[in-house]
Design a protein around this ligand. Structure first.
Ligand code: PLP
Length: 355
């Protein structure tokens, strides 16, 4: 009898459902016989990277024979300046996704607990499960993270608590006063991870200053990304801001060249790109009653079915069936033109006229 691959595997990973990648848009068009499909499924910025960023990428092309700067010197320096910390407070990741994994691997061992909200970013529970950690799942309340319940779920075994703010897929946020009460009850042995992938869309006086907790010496890690507002999802670059001792630990297990040269050059250029983000806001975000660049819509019937029908109209969105939300779609805000098309298509498949 040959040995089964599964019996060789780390048993912790066997219960994990694989990530289901969507088909390339060109494949879908070919299959359905449609064209000009629009993708509003992954919360990306509908605009391409700015001219300046594209120029920086082109300028970096001739250096591709070399390994990237494994220390991310210039990018960490610029990020440190932006956040009023030192470069030793900054760790770069292959998307913030990788930093979530590094945090879990650096701090959790089998049997340790992590408190994760649900429905939320699936990378938290998957990473914890892969490390043999215990996922303590706390349901959202009225589509919002229930920080009260998350606080109560912390035990002496809790190493990490993940706070997606704003949350994906609900586009809701927890406010400064709620976070203040939550932090007041967090023990010093528990690391609170604020995942702020959509922070640029959520800014306002009620948005919590999570970095302030880090600066006060609390066990806090703040994650940011260039994948959303900065239009660089395809390059994979994110970063964490944390105490230099925490960063040093993450650096022990970080693959040395985890952020490629083009990503570093592009991210550095994108940091001076304020107008690009404002441009995106002017393109429609202020009309959206969410605190992110996407919105959860309850269609009141099978979201999987509506998703399929929208596909045939050339509009790709994300059904939230896998999150246990059978009637919900997550729709990324596109350009005004894309948004109009979505509304028209949704009206058509729901058998309703759109305004
Ligand atoms: C999109 C997203 C991220 C960003 O992931 P990257 O790996 O940086 O592209 C992180 N957290 C949440 C909640 C997200 O929705």
């Amino acid at each position: 009898m040959p040995t089964q691959w599964e019996s060789l595997a780390n048993q912790h990973i066997l219960g994990i459902a694989p990530y289901e990648p969507g088909k390339p848009i060109e494949e879908l068009e070919r299959e359905l016989g449609i064209h000009d499909a629009i993708k509003l499924a992954s919360n990306e910025n509908p605009l391409p990277p700015s001219e300046r960023v594209q120029k920086a990428i082109v300028a970096a092309l001739p250096t591709l024979n070399r390994y990237p700067d494994g220390g991310g010197f210039y990018l960490r320096q610029a990020l440190a300046k932006k956040h009023g910390v030192t470069p030793e407070h900054i760790v770069l990741g292959n998307g913030s996704n990788e930093l979530i994994e590094l945090l879990v691997h650096a701090f959790m061992r089998p049997g340790d607990e992590a408190v994760v909200p649900h429905p939320s970013f699936v990378v938290y529970p998957t990473s914890v499960q892969a490390a043999g950690g215990i996922r303590v799942v706390v349901m959202l309340r009225d589509y919002r993270l229930d920080l009260e319940a998350m606080g109560r779920a912390v035990t002496p075994l809790t190493k990490l608590v993940f706070i997606a703010n704003p949350n994906n897929p609900t586009a809701t946020m927890v406010a400064a006063d709620e976070v203040e009460r939550f932090m007041a009850r967090m023990p010093d042995r528990t690391i609170v991870v604020f995942d702020e992938a959509y922070v640029e869309f959520a800014q306002g006086p009620d948005f919590p200053d999570s970095l302030a907790y880090m600066k006060q010496g609390r066990k806090v890690v703040v994650l940011r990304t260039f994948s959303k507002a900065a239009s660089l999802a395809g390059l994979r670059v994110g970063y964490g801001v944390a105490d230099p001792d925490a960063v040093a630990l993450l650096n022990r297990i970080r693959p040395p060249f985890n952020v490629n040269s083009l990503a570093q050059a592009a991210a550095l250029a994108a940091l001076d790109d304020e107008p690009h983000i404002l441009e995106f806001k002017a393109l429609g975000l202020k009309y959206v009653p969410s605190r992110a660049n996407f919105i959860l819509v309850d269609v009141g019937r099978s979201a999987a079915e509506i998703y399929q029908k929208l596909l045939r109209e050339g509009v790709i969105v994300r059904p939230l069936t896998s999150f246990g939300m059978e009637t919900a779609l997550r729709i990324t805000i596109g350009t005004p033109q894309e948004n109009r098309r979505l509304v028209r298509a949704l009206g058509a498949v729901l058998g309703k006229r759109s305004a």
